[in-house]
Design a protein around this ligand. Structure first.
Ligand code: ADP
Length: 627
């Protein structure tokens, strides 16, 4: 029998397809099974007009058979089959898809769900097979045809025998001397797990004969190995069932099996969306961060199914970064797939789904916050950092989505609070939302400026994560209230009287304060008396856009070669006894005043949770005083 050349002139095309369209060999089985499922869909559709073609519902099936000794794997279906012409047209021409033609037939358009569209899926089998035989018979036809090919050389077509209508695709699995990996595709367990992974929700049963161990008849503890045909796929996906029919245990089990998380999720979101891109979805909000969550290794994304077939295990386009911790599934029958099914066209459909998913996650999280605060705070402790990064990222484009979901610790019981709750508790005369930064909640709470603000009856948010202050700066206001760092000079909590008397103190001691500033060099940009430090002698504050905390964070970034500097102010408590001794020293002993200044500056840094520049100098100065 003479070989027939492939119709597409370029053999290179097939070669390229086999070697590069699919990065992942194992998907060949998914492709062949999808074709089989499509073929059964087509037969069912055609039998609407021609009942001679139909089988009863329970008879449709896909059967996997295996002959490991001869390295053969076959996939048999009782679908629409292919005539000689169809074999030639569909398998003889690369990138010719019979399914696509069928779909264009307007009548058929909306009635069946066909996965194949691009006419290359079948060829993916050459990644694992060195030759392929397809035997096929159209229902009602007397003749059957066999197509066979060993890849780029072309194919042969000849008549053959076939009992039942449908198609058998038989792969001769490659044997590579150096690489045993192809043999795995002849292994029962591997085949089962591939079906589970990619084709679990194909609507027709996928059956295979497997060896099972069973108790021997008449005996309780003796087992025998028997061959039995078993169905490998579960057929109805959990997300296609009505949520009222699925128990929490079922959801949890599915979550555990599919996403390998040992803890149940804090929230299951099962919903469907109509509209331009209709889809069904089952999402899980985990109760803890995956172990690699904050590393580069973590890949966000949702599993994408089309017509019950998994197209992509993790499709990142379906999830915004700030909800990257969510696991789940999207199933949509209306996706336009591109040739490999592995890479979807980056089209509006994905964006539509992502938007709907984002909206839904947000509303469910808000509901959780209302209905089960403990659960929500638990979730936030584990994953809230991501939400705060989300606020800050991309110049705040997502701030409206996230501003009501973020929480901060607050002086109100040292518990997590939302901004909405904070604003609800604000005093009438309160000008801004106050916050204090520190390496821990306690460090922030111990800042002299924080104590002073709390003393006046205001609530202070304690920011402990690097991103916090950046997030608030990006947010810039909440409900019309701006944010003020308690260590910022713009903090305005003193009465007019206090302000006036402080101004007098500062003016009349200007020379002395300037002298302290000079002895500290460029460490500070000015030195002032302050009336809001409670019992603390000194503290550091800042002026302008960059706070001390931001200076610290920005300068600790690995790629920052231009260090930033906050405008730092050394504040001295005007009512602390140290203020009087400084004033006296200015007239008595300027050298000593210079030494005291250095000590006070170092103290202010320590109180503010910062490292001191020169510990040896400080130690020497303190010893001098002691001696
Ligand atoms: P796609 O499935 O993307 O259309 P394939 O290369 O996988 O492309 O298949 C090409 C065509 O061959 C299909 O569109 C279909 O018409 C036909 N075909 C493949 N497998 C079968 C089958 N098991 N039964 C009937 N027709 C099939």
């Amino acid at each position: 029998m003479p070989k027939i050349e492939f119709k597409t002139e370029s053999k290179k095309l097939l070669d390229m397809m086999i070697n590069s369209v699919y990065t992942n060999k194992e998907i060949f089985l998914r492709e062949i099974i999808s074709n089989a499922s499509d073929a059964i869909d087509k037969r069912q559709y055609m039998s609407l007009d021609n009942s001679d073609m139909s089988l009863s519902d329970g008879e449709y099936q896909i059967v996997i058979e295996k002959d490991a000794d001869n390295r053969l794997l076959s996939i048999r279906d009782n679908g629409c089959g292919m005539s000689r012409e169809e074999l030639e047209n569909n398998l003889g021409t690369i990138a010719k898809s019979g399914s696509y033609d069928f779909k264009q037939d307007s009548d058929a358009k909306n009635k069946t769900e066909i996965i194949g569209q691009f006419g290359v899926g079948f060829y993916s089998a050459f990644m694992v097979a060195d030759s392929i035989t397809v035997k096929s018979k159209v229902p009602g036809s007397k003749e059957a045809w066999q197509w066979s090919s060993s890849g780029v050389d072309g194919y042969e077509l000849e008549p053959c025998e076939l009992d039942e209508a449908g198609t058998i695709v038989t792969l001769h699995i490659r044997q590579d001397k150096d690489d045993e990996s192809y043999s795995e595709f002849l292994d029962d367990y591997r085949i089962r797990s591939l079906i589970r992974k990619y084709s679990d929700y194909i609507r027709y049963p996928i059956r295979m004969e497997v060896e099972e161990s069973r108790p021997k008849e008449g005996s309780e503890n003796e087992y025998e190995t028997v061959k039995a045909t078993t169905t490998l796929n579960s057929m109805v996906p959990i997300w296609r069932r009505s949520s009222s029919e699925v128990s929490q245990e079922e959801y949890n089990k599915f979550y555990r099996d599919k996403f390998f998380d040992y803890e149940p999720p804090v929230k299951v979101i099962h919903f469907s969306v109509d509209g331009t891109t209709p889809f069904e979805s089952l999402l899980f909000i985990p109760s803890h961060a995956p172990y690699d969550y904050y590393t580069k290794m973590y890949e966000k994304g949702l599993s994408l199914y089309s017509n019950g077939v998994m197209i992509m295990e993790k499709c990142p386009e379906l999830l915004p970064d700030h909800f990257g911790f969510v696991h789940g599934i999207i199933d949509s029958d209306s996706l336009t797939l591109n040739i490999s099914r592995e890479t979807l066209q980056h089209n509006r459909q994905l964006t539509n789904i992502e938007r709907a998913v984002e909206k839904r996650i947000k509303s469910e999280l808000l509901k959780l916050l209302e209905s089960d605060r403990d659960k929500y705070t638990g979730f936030f402790e584990a994953l809230g950092l991501q939400l705060k990064y989300g606020l800050y990222a991309d110049f705040g484009v997502n701030k409206d989505t996230l501003k009501d979901l973020v929480m901060f610790y607050s002086s109100n019981d040292k518990k997590l609070t939302t901004l909405k709750e904070y604003v609800g508790r604000m005093k009438e005369d309160q000008k801004a939302i106050y916050y204090a930064c520190g390496s821990s909640i306690d460090a922030a709470a111990m800042l002299p400026q924080a104590e002073a603000v709390i003393d006046r009856g205001y609530e202070v948010l304690y920011l402990k994560d690097d991103v916090d202050e950046f997030a608030l700066k990006t947010l810039s206001e909440y409900d019309g209230k701006t944010f003020t760092n308690v260590s910022d000079q713009s903090l305005d909590i003193s009465s007019e009287e206090e302000k006036a008397s402080l101004k007098t103190e500062n003016d009349s001691n200007k020379e002395m304060l300037d002298y302290i500033k000079t002895s500290l060099g460029d460490k500070v940009s000015s030195v002032r008396f302050s009336s809001s430090l409670k019992d603390h002698p000194v503290c550091l504050s800042s002026e302008g856009g960059i706070s001390l905390e931001m200076e610290k964070v920005l300068n600790s970034m690995p790629q920052n070669d231009r260090p930033v500097k906050a405008e730092t102010i050394l504040e001295i408590n005007v009512s602390h006894p140290i203020a009087e001794s400084l004033k006296k020293l200015y007239f008595k002993d300027k050298d000593k005043l210079a030494s005291y200044s250095k000590i006070l500056y170092a103290q202010a840094r320590l109180i503010g949770g910062m490292e001191i520049d020169n510990p040896t100098e400080l130690s020497n100065l303190v010893c001098e005083l002691m001696v």
